[in-house]
Design a binder for this molecule. Structure first.
Ligand code: ZN
Length: 264
């Protein structure tokens, strides 16, 4: 097991098995959670190797084997896994029993022992916990980010009894401002909600900082600055560890960010 390096937002464990990244902030709360890299699975080709997504053409048997490995490594029962149909919106569903893709949503919140899982390959996964069993998992693509899904997750947790100032939020590996170049139509949508997230370089290149935008939504929703981890690795920059839609196009693997609710 490796410890987090100074300044890194996540620590890598199980490098040789099925590597899962952990947030130091959430680890402090003793919340079971993780983010799967692409290392340590059985999928091949563009899905190599630890692909957890089953909608982009990978062998269902390989995806199932990968999920078994992760659930064993992370210590959650596969039957507790919850998924939604991710549609790049801002709706956060509150769950009290396991369900798999019964509804369209991009976030889930729960206080029961459920494993909330979101899938991504550049979009920003956000995991939240209050240390008292209330958790949320969010898939924040650029549309969901603009629509304020990070704040919607906080509201859902507050609705379950959480206090915003106690919540911890971890942004997991996703496309960074280094690589998320956008056209004017996308930039203008960000300017209208989080102008600080848009950068225009001297050469005319426009980029959006999804991490900064989500951080600002979390702060506006009542989180404390020191309770937000917002500088994860960039998926597009690191082909060894991460899948990236921007870098490699469709038909690739997906990462899974997961968090387990309820009191241990
Ligand atoms: Zn990058």
């Amino acid at each position: 097991m490796m410890n987090a390096q100074p300044g890194s937002a996540t620590s890598e464990i199980g490098e040789l098995a099925a590597p899962v990244l952990h947030s130091p902030l959430l680890t402090e709360l003793a919340v079971r959670h993780g983010f799967t890299t692409r290392l340590g699975g059985v999928s091949t080709g563009r899905f190599a190797s630890l692909n957890l997504g089953d909608r982009w053409g990978d062998s269902p048997a390989d995806v199932a084997e990968n999920l078994d490995r992760v659930s064993m490594l992370a210590g959650f029962p596969p039957a507790s896994l919850c998924q939604v149909n991710q549609v790049h919106g801002a709706y956060v569903a509150c769950l009290s029993a396991p369900e798999r893709r019964l509804r369209d949503a991009d976030g889930m919140a729960a206080q029961d022992p459920l494993t909330l899982a979101v899938y991504s390959a550049d979009c920003v996964p956000i995991l939240l916990a209050d240390g008292h069993g209330r958790v949320a998992a969010v898939h924040a693509g650029w549309r969901g980010t603009v629509a304020g899904i990070a704040a919607a997750a906080v509201r859902a947790l507050v609705g379950l009894g959480a206090t915003a100032a106690q919540l911890r939020a971890a942004l997991l590996p996703s496309i960074g401002p280094c690589c998320f170049e956008v056209q004017e139509d996308v930039a203008s949508q960000f300017r209208s909600v989080q102008p600080g997230a848009v950068q225009r370089e001297a050469n005319g290149r426009r980029t959006v900082d999804l991490w900064l935008a989500n951080r600002q939504f979390l702060l506006d929703a009542g989180l404390r600055s020191e309770h937000i981890e917002d500088r994860p690795a960039c998926t597009c920059c690191d082909a060894r560890r991460f899948f990236s839609y921007r870098r490699d196009g469709a038909g690739i693997g997906q990462h899974m960010a997961f968090i387990v609710g309820g009191r241990a």
